[in-house]
Design a protein around this ligand. Structure first.
Ligand code: PLP
Length: 457
């Protein structure tokens, strides 16, 4: 058992150890079984099957140990087997697995709503509804906004990702693999230009100017008084970990308020300490009308939520919101424990520490590559907290380099480090370690990443 400075203890040894010829026989056999029964449309990035996971380590069924720099896509912020979450889940299932909150309610749901109303930005009166997935939370935020405003139009942005259901596919920007041949899509969704500092034609454009560009387009193409909601990820996730220029989000949310448009922050990926604050909007003091949450909320148990202004959420008639499993009692118990662990270990501070360690290493690496800090294959290093990315390009240009990105992720995996990629152009390496990862393991993972980039650049 090892311990970090802030006393996180681990059940599994936090060490990377992979055999040269993985996937091993058990994973290979499972892949064969899978091919016969699981639809081909569900893809996995890593060809091994999991036996155990804890802290920053994932064990496979053949005895390999991988460093996890993906957290199951930003979910296991408190680790994949946080003792508090595991204990709360065990305790909950021993009493009841389900009754349906819409039939026979229970305290856990109410307690999660109390926590979310407290933790989300703003001191105004709030209400919360619980669901199962991020996409479901997004769908419901839009439902509420349309009902409360009596308007139809919804504004989303370039590079956005909001899910795989019909409405959320319409909100999502990238065609392949998310939308191609899955139409027709939900109507009344309009896409506007994002603030993407690295790829702006005019690199001097400020956040306020980029917001003005989007607002002008909304006014011209839709009309502000027709818009029910603006939905935006404060740091875009699947689109490439794009951090908009400072001032973009505040200007947009101020304009939305002026026009009676519901400003929805989609914090499904960026929420719950991931970026070094409870929510990514906290970095610029923005108070959204509705916030969507999932992923990190419940230590890996399926739960999502929307929290927002009481007048908006209470505008919906009884029975208009809900779902059979939404706010499942076991998931609620996990969420309460998970939030408790985030507070106990001050995981926002850990996320900031991860940012500091990682930026240091990545900037050092970029400076030492051919072309140096300004002209190497590392075009951009960005992100906040433990939601960090490097955008890979053809050296000395901004031309996306998805081939290098794939090669780097594959080289990392070969050495036992799980690294995810993303981006509209498929050229972004993203780092999403569990917030409880030890410094030693994180630094080992970063060194593997650096070596992979040096070798493939
Ligand atoms: C910002 C954002 N919104 C919504 C979703 C959809 O969440 P889910 O996959 O739980 O439906 C995701 C998932 O990656 C996301 O990153």
């Amino acid at each position: 058992m090892t311990t970090t400075a802030n006393e996180i203890t681990y059940r599994l040894e936090q060490k990377r150890r992979v055999q040269a010829d993985f996937p091993g026989p058990k994973s290979v056999a499972l892949t064969e079984r899978r091919k016969a029964v699981v639809a081909a449309g569900v893809a996995s990035s890593v060809p091994v099957y999991v036996a155990d996971a804890d802290g920053g380590i994932i064990h496979d069924v053949d005895g390999n140990s991988f460093i996890d720099l993906g957290s199951g896509i930003a979910v296991t912020s408190v680790g994949a087997s946080d003792p508090a979450v595991v204990g709360a889940v065990k305790e909950a299932v021993e009493h009841f697995t389900h009754t349906c909150f819409m039939v026979t309610p229970y305290e856990g749901y109410v307690a999660v709503a109390e926590q979310l109303n407290k933790l989300t930005p703003g001191t105004h009166e709030k209400r919360t509804v619980l669901f199962n997935s991020g996409a479901e939370a997004v769908e419901n935020a839009i439902k509420v906004a349309r009902l409360a405003t009596g308007r139809d139009a919804v504004v989303a942005f370039d590079h956005a990702y909001h899910g795989r259901t019909n409405l959320t596919m319409a909100l999502t920007a990238k065609a392949m693999p998310y939308k191609t041949n899955f139409g027709p899509f939900a109507p009344e969704v309009y896409r506007m230009p994002m603030s993407y500092p690295f790829r702006e034609e005019n690199p001097q454009i400020t956040g306020a100017e980029a917001a003005k560009r989007a607002i002008t387009a909304i006014e011209k193409q839709i009309g502000g008084d027709q818009v029910a909601a603006i939905i935006i990820e404060p740091i875009q996730g699947e689109g490439g970990f794009i951090v908009p220029a400072e001032g973009f989000l505040p200007a947009l949310s101020a304009w939305a308020k002026e026009k009676g448009i519901v400003f929805i922050a989609d914090e499904v990926q960026s929420g719950f300490c991931r970026t070094g604050e409870w929510f990514a909007v906290d970095h610029e003091g923005i108070v959204p009308d509705i916030i969507t949450m999932a992923k990190g909320i419940a230590g890996g148990m399926p739960l999502s939520a929307i929290t927002g202004r009481a007048d908006l959420l209470d505008a919906v008639h009884p029975g208009g919101l809900g779902g059979t499993y939404g706010g499942n009692p076991v998931a609620c118990a996990a969420a309460l424990a998970s939030i408790g662990s985030m507070q106990e270990y001050d995981l926002s501070a850990r996320a900031k520490h991860i940012e500091e360690l990682s930026f240091g290493k990545l900037r050092e690496l970029a400076a030492a590559l051919p072309g140096g800090a300004e002209g190497s294959v590392i075009g951009d290093i960005r992100g906040r907290g433990a939601m960090l990315a490097i955008e890979l390009v053809q050296a000395g240009s901004k031309e996306p380099n998805p081939e290098l990105t794939k090669a780097v992720a594959a080289a990392c995996l070969k050495e036992g480090v799980i690294i995810l990629t993303c981006g509209t152009y498929g050229n972004v390496i993203r780092l999403l370690p569990p917030l409880v990862i030890s410094d030693e393991l994180l630094l080992d993972g970063l060194e593997v990443l650096a070596t992979a980039i040096r070798a493939n650049a």
